[in-house]
Every structure is written in C-alpha cells, then in structure tokens.
Ligand binder design. Structure first.
Ligand code: ADP
Length: 366
C-alpha cells in the first residue's frame, strides 16, 4: 500500500480507462482538484459531457483503483464535466457560444425525426447539459406544437431571443411566419431563414444545439448543411428497406460535405402489445443496425412505437419531460448518452487531427 500523495493518486488512476476515448483518465487530464486532508482524499473527475454513458462506472473504478493501491480513509470523487467542441480548420464566426451543433436528419418525412430530436434535447438537458433546438423544417415546422409554444420571440439588442420551455432554448420558423406561408417558399428563402437563426438569434452559451432538419436530401438540405458549422449529424430511420434507402442517401449527403456521422437511430422499431406483451416488428426488424454496420457508422439505439410518445408530441409535453422514468424515456435517455459520447469522440478525433496538422506545419516551416 502506498502513502496518500498527489503523485500516488495519479499513478493509481492510470489504470482507469475511458472506453470511448481509449485513454486513461490521467492522460486525458480528467483528474482535477486533488485535495488531501490527513488520510482523507477528495478529487474531481471532469468528463467531456454530463451525459456520459459510463459516468458511474468510471467513478466506481476510480474509487477501487485508489482503495486497492493507497492507504486512504475517506475518498470523495465528484464527477463534473466540461463539454468539448469540434476543432474546425478555420474557426467559425457564428454560434460562438455554442459548443456543439448536431443535425437530426432523415431521408424521408414521417419517421419521427422531430419527435426524436425533441426528446433527445430534453434528455440531454436532464443530464445537466445546456441545450437549444432549431426547427429547420421550413415546410412542416412541428417544434412549436411539440413544445406547445404559442408566443413570439422578442428582440433584444437587435437579436432575436429564443423562447424557452422545459429548460430548452427553442427557435422555429413557425414562431415567425404562418406555416402555410412557409410551404410555398422557394429554396433560397428557406435556407436564408435558417441562416438568420445562426446569425440573428442570441443563443448565448450552449453545450448542444440541435437542428431538426427538413426531411430529404435535396438542394435545400444541402444548402443548410453548408451554412452550419456542424459537429456532426444523426440520421433517424424506421427499420424497413424503403426508409433505409433514403437514410443511406442522407448519410452520403453529410459525407459529401465532410460532416461527421454521429450515428443512426432507429425509430418505430417494434410494438409491444399492452394486453399480451407480445412484440410485433411492424416495420421489419434490425434495419437501422444493419445500415449502420454496412455504412460503418455508430448505431445509437432503437426506439419502439409507443402511444405515449405520440400523445406527448401532440400535447406539447414530450414524454421524456412528462415521464422521465418511463421505459420509453429511459431508452431515449440512453440514446442521448450514446449520442453525447459520439460527440466527445468526434471532438477528440478533430483535436488529434488538428494537433497532427499543426506539428506537420511546424516541421515544414523548420
Ligand atoms: P418527422 O419529423 O420525421 O416528419 P414526426 O416526429 O413529426 O416525424 O412524427 C410523425 C408522427 O409519428 C407524429 O405523430 C409522432 O407523434 C409519431 N411518432 C414518432 N415516433 C413515434 C414512436 N416511436 N411511437 C409512436 N408514435 C411516434
């Protein structure tokens, strides 16, 4: 058994590995504020997201590593977080207070993209993240309904202030124009409106800003993708082949403009009969996972068909807000954590890539 010193604590913690970032928590500089008082120890482990899927495991492993190696009485480990950002080749001049921007897209409409986007946003908020959502679905803005917001955003210092509900900052074209009017907009008007959401809205500081994309992979979607400095994109699909074919097109669109794919979410995966409990694969089975394997992108999880999810969207009280501990909500919360982990992974990769390119530059200039 070693003595309780800062060096020995760090040494002991080197066995604790972050399974997503493939490094130990000391090398990752997660261990902070080590404080020793006699035989008592307290320290912080600062993760890259409050929605870390292995938060409790890392805490337990760290305590075990300390107790098996060091002579210590009391061990207090505080799990904190400091959300990371993607390193872009040139630093974006817009959304400067927003750490991560996530596109939630689908190859076709009606697969539950907005429902998933809204519930993911609330799940991330419940884990302790600051979150906003932008309704880019110019032709069918459903976010005002899903949040039951009837107010209009006001201006402050010549910027639009997003409306806030359930702790989420919300902006939608539906707040500003009659949805029937937006339907007849031409491409440039639609993408111009989204651009304004990036430049003329005061988002403040946010960990995650989610963009609910218009369904499909046409020119409008591509123009919007090119306007937003995106951390990555999530594709929502249903399991059947007709939806998967379009999901693949969605993946290809983001690939074409070098937006990292954070993963595929399969919605309406199956239905469990509330009377007999039997599972029915209404739209086929396992298609989302197959597509993810085939395209070599992460599979974030499957969400069953559930009347409560539909009712939540219709009532403007999303299920994860209304019943955070329901089976459905726990499934969505796990998917939100998987998503947050992928964001951290992509951010770490972008940091490594930029460090490599900086050192290559310095070799060239020597
Ligand atoms: P999209 O954004 O892809 O067009 P929506 O999110 O508007 O799709 O969802 C379409 C309809 O399906 C809505 O009525 C919504 O409440 C419902 N819905 C979405 N996901 C589910 C689900 N897992 N279970 C039950 N109903 C769902």
């Amino acid at each position: 058994m070693k003595n309780l010193t800062q060096e020995n604590v760090l040494e002991a913690l080197r066995v604790v590995k972050d399974p997503d970032l493939f490094k130990d928590i000391v090398s990752l500089k997660f261990v902070k504020n080590i404080s020793i008082n006699g035989n008592d120890l307290s320290l912080d482990i600062e993760l890259t997201t409050p929605a870390c899927p292995v938060r409790e495991e890392l805490k337990a492993e760290s305590e075990k590593a300390i107790r098996t190696n060091i002579n210590v009485e009391k061990v207090e480990i505080n799990m904190t977080s400091n959300v990371t950002s993607r390193q872009f080749a040139t630093r974006p001049q817009i959304l400067t207070g927003v750490r991560n921007t996530i596109a939630v897209a689908s190859g076709k409409g009606g697969v539950g993209k907005s429902t998933v986007a809204v519930n993911l946003a609330i799940a991330l908020k419940k884990e302790g993240a600051s979150v906003g959502i932008v309704d880019c679905d110019i032709y069918g803005p459903s976010i005002p309904l899903m949040f039951d917001i009837k107010d209009k955003p006001h201006m402050h210092n010549q910027k639009l202030v997003p409306l806030e509900k359930y702790g989420i900052k919300v902006m939608s074209i539906g707040f500003l124009v009659d949805p029937m009017q937006a339907v007849i907009w031409r491409g440039p008007m639609a993408s111009g409106a989204v651009k304004q959401f990036l430049t003329d809205v005061d988002w403040g500081e946010l960990d995650y800003l989610i963009f609910d994309f218009p369904p499909g992979t046409g020119d409008i979607q591509l123009t919007i993708v090119q306007q937003i400095p995106l951390t990555g994109a999530v594709i929502v699909t249903t399991p059947q082949e007709i939806s998967l074919a379009d999901a693949r097109k969605g993946l290809m669109m983001f690939n074409k403009v070098n937006v990292p794919i954070l993963g595929i979410i399969e919605n309406m995966s199956y239905y469990t009969c509330s009377h007999c409990g039997e599972r029915e694969n209404i739209f086929d089975f396992g298609g989302g996972k197959r597509a993810a394997t085939e395209m070599n992108v992460p599979f974030l999880g499957e969400i069953p068909i559930d009347t409560k999810l539909r009712i939540g969207s219709d009532k403007g009280l999303p299920l994860v807000e209304a019943e955070p501990n329901s089976r459905q909500s726990l499934i969505i919360s796990q998917i939100a954590k998987n998503l947050a982990a992928q964001v951290s992974i992509k951010n770490a990769e972008s940091l490594n890539a930029s460090t490599i390119s900086i050192s290559l530059d310095s070799i060239k200039s020597n």
